[in-house]
Write a protein that binds this ligand. Structure first.
Ligand SMILES: NC(=O)c1ccc[n+]([C@@H]2O[C@H](COP(=O)([O-])OP(=O)(O)OC[C@H]3O[C@@H](n4cnc5c(N)ncnc54)[C@H](OP(=O)(O)O)[C@@H]3O)[C@@H](O)[C@H]2O)c1
Length: 254
């Protein structure tokens, strides 16, 4: 069973903090060279420095994944520096405001969809074109249990975007298996990050409510998402594609 990522080049979106940062450091520990991207270069440079401290090569590239020009420039830059991309982690995601579907406006809809779904699909497309020329690769989409059922608070646009991520995973897996590109998803439950914890500031008692609904009776830490990512990025999952691993402390079966 081979869980090693030695010699692999991984591109991780939203790599500056939270689940993306934990994954970037976990992949470096597993032997990968790691490119981290998000909008703010100084935050990325700090993570890249930590990765280099672990003995791997790293590159920090600022890009807005909701913008196609940024996506193309990012992929060109990684290709120039490393000559290939073996692993893509589509992790960057947003939920800038909470609004019931009756109240959601076009601006909020576009902000969520442009990053969570449109950016994810077009970055995957650009990277798959590179992978196709280099004997394949692995793409892992960070979805959410919200893509499987709406969460208790009215965060419907985000849930719709994540349901789209799960179907995008299956579509890409079927279309790209012929190029030896495996595409899978990780669907986290509730994780302590800036994005995850922002909900607790909006609704009083919401953290306690989510803990109550979770059989393991706690919120996860970002590091707890990394094992599933390494499994899906490595040869340990060599016959797995189009699947979603739910990492939620039992929430979805309760
Ligand atoms: N935390 C949870 O409970 C939870 C649960 C289920 C799923 N998830 C998913 O996990 C993923 C990671 O979220 P997280 O919880 O780790 O949140 P986080 O700590 O807030 O990190 C979000 C990352 O995305 C980057 N980002 C935001 N907007 C971007 C944009 N337009 N272009 C490029 N990068 C952008 C951020 O950096 P900049 O702001 O510098 O751009 C940051 O690196 C998301 O897809 C989220 O939906 C989280």
């Amino acid at each position: 069973m081979d869980f090693s990522l030695t010699g692999k080049v991984a591109l991780i979106t939203g790599g500056s903090r939270g689940i993306g940062r934990a994954t970037a450091l976990g992949f470096a520990r597993a032997g990968a060279d790691v490119v981290v991207t998000s909008r703010k270069l100084p935050d990325l440079e700090e993570v890249a420095e930590e990765i280099r401290g672990l003995g791997s090569k790293s590159l920090a590239v600022a890009s807005h994944i909701g913008r196609l020009d940024d996506i193309n420039a990012l992929v060109n830059k990684v290709n120039e520096e490393f000559g290939r991309i073996d692993i893509l982690i589509n992790n960057a995601g947003t939920s800038p405001a909470i609004a019931p579907i009756l109240d959601v406006d076009e601006r909020l809809w576009d902000a969520i969809m442009n990053l969570n779904l449109k950016g994810l699909v077009f970055l995957s497309q650009a990277v798959a074109r590179v992978m196709k020329e280099h004997d394949g690769g692995k793409i892992i989409n960070v979805a959410s249990i919200d893509g499987l059922r709406p969460e208790p608070m009215p965060n419907g646009t985000y849930a719709i975007s994540k349901a789209g991520v799960l179907m995008a995973t299956r579509v890409m897996a079927v279309e790209w298996a012929q190029y030896k590109i495996r595409v899978n998803a990780v669907a986290p439950g509730n994780v302590h990050t800036r994005l995850g914890d922002s909900r607790f500031e909006v609704i009083a008692g919401y953290e306690e409510e989510l803990v109550k609904r979770t059989p393991m009776k706690r919120i996860a830490e970002p590091d707890e998402m990394v094992g599933a990512m390494i499994y899906l990025a490595s040869d340990a999952s060599s016959f797995v594609t189009g699947q979603t691993i739910v990492v939620d402390g039992g929430t979805m079966v309760a």
